[in-house]
Design a protein around this ligand. Structure first.
Ligand SMILES: *Cc1c(COP(=O)(O)O)cnc(C)c1O
Length: 386
C-alpha cells in the first residue's frame, strides 16, 4: 500500500465506512427533531421565540460571557460586531491573510478595507509579532485613533481568526490592541469549545463571533452569534439586528437603520439541541485528533497539526502539514479519488482578485502553510441512542 492508502484506510476504519467520507458533516439525534418539532408546534418559527432566548442564555453561560446575541449567520454577526466596535466607512481593519473569505467580506460590508497580516506557524492564527511589526512600521497614533501613514486611513479594529478551531495568541493580540487603542473583534466562527488558558475563544476581545453553519462543530442550519462581556454592546447588538425597533405594544418606531439579522426560533431550537451534544462532539473529535497524531507519528511525509501549548482546541478541522509542497496535491488527489474528502487551506485573501489591491504585511508563514496544509475528515461519529 502507498503512504496515502494507509491514511485512507485509517479514515475508513475510524468511521467504519466504505462509502464517501466528507470533511465535516453534522450529526443529529431524535432530540434535534423533537425540539424543532416543538418550535413548529408553538407556531413561533421566526425571529422571536422561547428558543432564541434560551439559546442566547445557554450559549453565554457555556462560553462564560455576559451576553450572547444570535443572528442569521456568522458573517452577519461579524458585520454587526465590527460596526459596533466603531468601524466606519473609509476605515481599515487588520486581519489575517489566511482565513475564510467571510472575514474580509464582513469588513467590506462596513465599507472599510481589510489589511492582511501574517499568521503564526504554531496556531495558524494572526501572529502578534507580525501585527506589532506592521503597526510599528505603518501606524501613527493620536487622539481620534491610529492612522496608517501609507494610506492616511484610520485603523479601526483588529480581527484575529482561530483557524480550524486552534486558539490563536489572542491574549497577546488583545494586549497589543490595548497598547495601540484598537479594539479586537474575534472571528471565532470555527472555535466554539476551544479555550486558551481555560478561557473560551471569542471572549478575549471586545466582542467575539461564532457560526452555526452546517459544517461547523454544532449547527442551527444557518446561524451565528455575537458574544461580549459588555452589557451595552449586547443590548446594541440585539437592537440593530432587530431592525432597531423601539419596543412598544403597537407602534412601529425605528430609531436607526438596523438589520433583519435575527436567528429564527426554528433554527434556535436546533441550536439548543446541538449545544447539549457539544461536549460529546468535542470528546469524539479529540479522540480522532489523538488517533491522527499517533498515525502521523509513524509517518514520514507529514506532521499533524496539534493544539497550541496551553490550549484546548475543538479540533474542528484536523490538518496535516506535508513535508514538501509537491506532496500536497498528491495527497489531495489520492484521497479525493478514493472518495475520502480532503481540502487545501483557503487561497490567501490577497491572492483573490477581489482583494488583490489590499495592503499586506510580510506573509511568509501564510504562504508556507498554504503550500503544505491539507484538512482531513473531521466529523464527530454518529451518536448512538441519543
Ligand atoms: C464559517 C465562517 C464564517 C461565516 O459563518 P457563516 O455562518 O457561514 O456566515 C466566518 N469566518 C470564518 C473563519 C468561518 O469559518
Amino acid at each position: 500500500m502507498s503512504d496515502y492508502q494507509h491514511l485512507i484506510q485509517f479514515v475508513r476504519d475510524w468511521y467504519g465506512s466504505s462509502g464517501p467520507i466528507s470533511l465535516h458533516e453534522p450529526r443529529f439525534s431524535a432530540r434535534d427533531s423533537a425540539l424543532v418539532e416543538d418550535a413548529i408546534r408553538s407556531t413561533f418559527v421566526s425571529s422571536v421565540g422561547a428558543y432564541v432566548d434560551r439559546f442566547e442564555k445557554e450559549l453565554a453561560a457555556y462560553v462564560n460571557a455576559r451576553r450572547a446575541v444570535v443572528t442569521v449567520n456568522g458573517t452577519a454577526a461579524l458585520q454587526v460586531a465590527l460596526r459596533l466596535a466603531g468601524v466606519r466607512p473609509g476605515d481599515e481593519v487588520l486581519t489575517q491573510a489566511l482565513t475564510f473569505v467571510a472575514t474580509a467580506n464582513a469588513i467590506v460590508y462596513n465599507q472599510a478595507t481589510p489589511v492582511f497580516v501574517d499568521v503564526d506557524r504554531d496556531t495558524l492564527g494572526l501572529c502578534p509579532r507580525a501585527l506589532e511589526a506592521f503597526l510599528q512600521e505603518h501606524a501613527e497614533c493620536a487622539t481620534g485613533g491610529c492612522i496608517n501613514r501609507k494610506t492616511g486611513k484610520r485603523i479601526a479594529a483588529i480581527v484575529p481568526m482561530h483557524t480550524f478551531g486552534h486558539p490563536c495568541h489572542v491574549d497577546k493580540l488583545v494586549q497589543l490592541g490595548r497598547d495601540w487603542g484598537i479594539p479586537v473583534v474575534e472571528d471565532a466562527a470555527e472555535a466554539l469549545g476551544s479555550t486558551r488558558g481555560g478561557r473560551h475563544c471569542g471572549t478575549f476581545g471586545q466582542m467575539g463571533v461564532y457560526s452555526f453553519n452546517g459544517n461547523k462543530i454544532i449547527t442551527s442550519g444557518g446561524g451565528g452569534a455575537i458574544v461580549s462581556d459588555d452589557e451595552k454592546l449586547g443590548t446594541r447588538a440585539k437592537h440593530i439586528t432587530t431592525t432597531a425597533k423601539i419596543p412598544h405594544r403597537w407602534e412601529f418606531v425605528h430609531d436607526e437603520i438596523g438589520y433583519n439579522f435575527r436567528m429564527p426560533n426554528l433554527n434556535a431550537a436546533l441550536a439548543c439541541a446541538q449545544l447539549e451534544k457539544l461536549e460529546t462532539f468535542l470528546a469524539d473529535k479529540r479522540a480522532l485528533a489523538e488517533a491522527y497524531a499517533a498515525f502521523f507519528q509513524e509517518c514520514d511525509w507529514g506532521t499533524f497539526v496539534k493544539e497550541p501549548a496551553g490550549c484546548r482546541s475543538n479540533y474542528w478541522l484536523n490538518a496535516v502539514i506535508v513535508n514538501e509542497p509537491i506532496l500536497r496535491d498528491q495527497l489531495l488527489t489520492a484521497t479525493n479519488n478514493a472518495s475520502v474528502m480532503t481540502r487545501p487551506a483557503w487561497t490567501l485573501m490577497c491572492d483573490l482578485p477581489i482583494y488583490a489591491q489590499c495592503q499586506c504585511g510580510d506573509l511568509t508563514h501564510s504562504r508556507w502553510i498554504v503550500q503544505r496544509l491539507v484538512n482531513l475528515p473531521s466529523s464527530a461519529r454518529g451518536i448512538i441512542n441519543a
